[in-house]
Every structure is written in structure tokens, then in C-alpha cells.
Design a protein around this ligand. Structure first.
Ligand SMILES: N[C@@H](CCC(=O)N[C@@H](CS)C(=O)NCC(=O)O)C(=O)O
Length: 194
């Protein structure tokens, strides 16, 4: 499998998941001119022009972070409960983070005018509170086992300071040990080196 990525962008979630899942992968980075590190025009690979993009071994392409993470989990049989409410909670919170939280980071990523940033901060604060409530005293977001939702949440929390919104204590406490998880350390090292 090939994971197309920008260093430290939201594709970091899929990179961590691939490592946690124990699946073989190759990384290919994209630059801001949408050229791949091996010299191809990325738009001819994924006309949407964004990462993460996963090229499967049979040549099919997958896009959209929640779907790629779901694919990694189903292919490996790890990081997602096979059935029961925890499975649906994991997919639910992934969709929430991808739409509501990732979407609210856009004013900061694009340096939009202050009123838009202020609106986004209000929404982020409420969204972080919902995640903290959902986590409660569990070891991970959905249960005491790591899931694909945690792979995404790591990235969400890593970029939170860009917004200036302070994290609830629950999320701050959860984030610290994740930083030294072997899969996270390896993914960050591979992306910083790439
Ligand atoms: N809907 C997509 C959005 C992915 C996305 O916004 N990726 C960003 C990086 S975090 C990107 O590729 N931005 C480049 C661009 O928009 O040109 C998903 O959830 O996978």
C-alpha cells in the first residue's frame, strides 16, 4: 500500500494506524505544488488534490480520512471493534472529528480574518468538551483499547495549539502518553525525515 501524505498533516492519523495495524506500507510525500516526491503530478493520481490518499496493492485508490482508517482497521482486524456499540461509536466520533473539528481548523490553516477564527474557536471549544466528556476516565477515546479514532485524535490534539483553544484537562492528560507511544514516535520520525 502507498500512503500519499504531507508531513505532519492529517495523513499522520493513517500513518500511525498503519503502524499500529502492522500493515506494510510505502510513504510518498506531496509538496505544496502537488508534485509527488517521485516526480508525478498528484492531481492525476487524486483529482481531489488532498491527502490522505491510499493506493491499495491492486491499484485502487481510497480517499477521505475516516474511510481510509476504516479500511486499515478492517484489513488488519485491529483498531476497531468487529461489532457492538463500540464499533459505531468509533465511526461516529471519527466522522465528528473529520467534519466538525478538522473543518473548524480551516480559518487557522488558511489564516482567515479574525471573526472567522473567533467563530471557529467557539465551535472547537464545544467540540473538545464533547470529546472530553465522551472519553471520561477511559484509557482511550472510545474504550480502554486503542482504536482508529485515537489515531485521528492524536493529530487533532497535535494541531490544537494553532487555534489558541486550550484543551480540557482530560484531553491534555490523554495526549501526553500518546506522544511517546512507539507507533507515534516512529510515524513522526518518518515524516520529519521525509
Ligand atoms: N475530506 C478530506 C480532507 C482532507 C484534507 O483537508 N487534507 C488536507 C491536509 S490536512 C489537504 O490535503 N489539504 C491540501 C489542499 O486542500 O490543497 C478528508 O477527510 O480526508
Amino acid at each position: 500500500m502507498i500512503l500519499f501524505y504531507y508531513p505532519l498533516a492529517c495523513s499522520l492519523a493513517d500513518h500511525i494506524a498503519l503502524i499500529e495495524a502492522g500493515l506494510a506500507y510505502t510513504l510518498v510525500s506531496i509538496d505544496h505544488a502537488k508534485k509527488t516526491a517521485d516526480g508525478r503530478d498528484f492531481l492525476t493520481i487524486n483529482p481531489k488534490g488532498y491527502i490522505p490518499t491510499l493506493e491499495l496493492d491492486d491499484g485502487h485508490l481510497l480517499t477521505e480520512n475516516p474511510v481510509i482508517l476504516h479500511y486499515i482497521a478492517d484489513t488488519s482486524g485491529k483498531l476497531l471493534a468487529r461489532n457492538g456499540i463500540e464499533r459505531w461509536r468509533t465511526l461516529e466520533v471519527l466522522a465528528f472529528m473529520a467534519s466538525e473539528i478538522h473543518g473548524s481548523y480551516q480559518p487557522f490553516f488558511r489564516n482567515l480574518p479574525e471573526p472567522e477564527k473567533a467563530r471557529a474557536r467557539t465551535k472547537l471549544k464545544a467540540s473538545f468538551a464533547i470529546l472530553a466528556d465522551q472519553m471520561g476516565d477511559k484509557a482511550f477515546l472510545v474504550s480502554d483499547e486503542m482504536t482508529i479514532a485515537d489515531c485521528y485524535l492524536f493529530w487533532v490534539l497535535m494541531v490544537a495549539p494553532t487555534s489558541g483553544v486550550e484543551l480540557p484537562v482530560t484531553l491534555g492528560d490523554y495526549f501526553e502518553p500518546l506522544k511517546v507511544l512507539p507507533s507515534v514516535v516512529r510515524a513522526l520520525a518518518e515524516e520529519n525525515a521525509g
